[in-house]
Design a protein around this ligand. Structure first.
Ligand SMILES: Nc1ncnc2c1ncn2[C@@H]1O[C@H](COP(=O)(O)OP(=O)(O)OP(=O)(O)O)[C@@H](O)[C@H]1O
Ligand SMILES: [Mg+2]
Length: 232
């Protein structure tokens, strides 16, 4: 049987204070593409991504990923560490590449995210949208095949939000080596762009469904859901 990009079986996680965040959570991403999760505040979305990225150790259950995994945070300032675009990307490159391979890989990923030629640009001189694209470039530089994006557009202006969504749509549908992305959002309009969407509730992911139909189902209720609803 071909390996699917991600398979999660019966995953549970309890914080040290005893609070259960994931509760026998199962989920399968059947093929590359842009897959989205929505859910009320505290339903366990960020905890799930942290478990998938290996930042937390599950209390029970199994995670199987076909390739390398990279996490993209809501706030790129929390993950860009070095002063220039090029130096920051260097940190993400896998070991064992020659200097010329490293240079080439950096140029390639910058081009893929629309930041060609910005190796020397100080990070503080980038816009919020450019910083988020650089964070995505870092994930690509690492060789990850599965990108986990935790509300990647929440802090961006509308134009940059659209750019990030278009970029991830492109990267997850390119003919060669399409990526798999698991994207958490509270912005229900983003669901229209995905290959499948699922609702997360009380530490469990429900079944995949078409993004627009999940959007339609949630929209009238959004204001009424606890924790501010599925939309902020
Ligand atoms: N560091 C922590 N220590 C203890 N409990 C935590 C911690 N982080 C999150 N939790 C709890 O775990 C549960 C799941 O939180 P999580 O952050 O995964 O939710 P979320 O779906 O990402 O919410 P949001 O939409 O607000 O980002 C919540 O009950 C939350 O209070
Ligand atoms: Mg969260």
């Amino acid at each position: 049987m071909a390996l699917v990009p991600l398979q999660v079986e019966q995953l549970s996680y309890r914080w040290p204070n005893g609070r259960a965040a994931l509760n026998h959570c199962s989920l399968e991403i059947p093929r590359p593409g842009l897959w989205m999760l929505v859910g009320t505040n505290g339903s366990g979305k960020s905890t799930l991504l942290r478990l998938l990225a290996g930042l937390l150790e599950p209390s029970a259950g199994r995670i199987q990923c076909a390739g390398k995994v990279a996490l993209v945070f809501q706030n790129p300032d929390h993950q860009l560490l070095l002063p220039s675009c090029g130096s920051d990307l260097q940190l993400s490159l896998p070991a064992g590449l020659s200097p010329s391979e490293r240079r080439q890989r950096l140029a390639d990923v910058l081009e893929l995210v629309g930041l060609t030629g910005l190796e020397e640009r100080p990070i503080h001189a980038l816009s919020g949208g450019q910083k988020q694209r650089l964070a995505i470039a870092g994930a690509l530089a690492s060789g990850a095949g599965l990108l986990l994006l935790d509300e990647p557009t929440a802090l961006l202006d509308p134009l940059s939000q659209d750019e990030i969504l278009a970029l991830m749509t492109r990267l997850t549908h390119r003919p060669q080596q399409p990526l798999t992305a698991l994207w958490i959002t509270h912005r229900l309009e983003e669901l229209d762009a995905c290959d499948g969407a699922a609702l997360m509730e009380q530490g469990q992911v429900r079944r995949w469904e078409a993004g627009p139909s999940l959007r339609q189902r949630l929209e009238p209720a959004a204001g009424a859901l606890p924790g501010g609803g599925a939309k902020r």
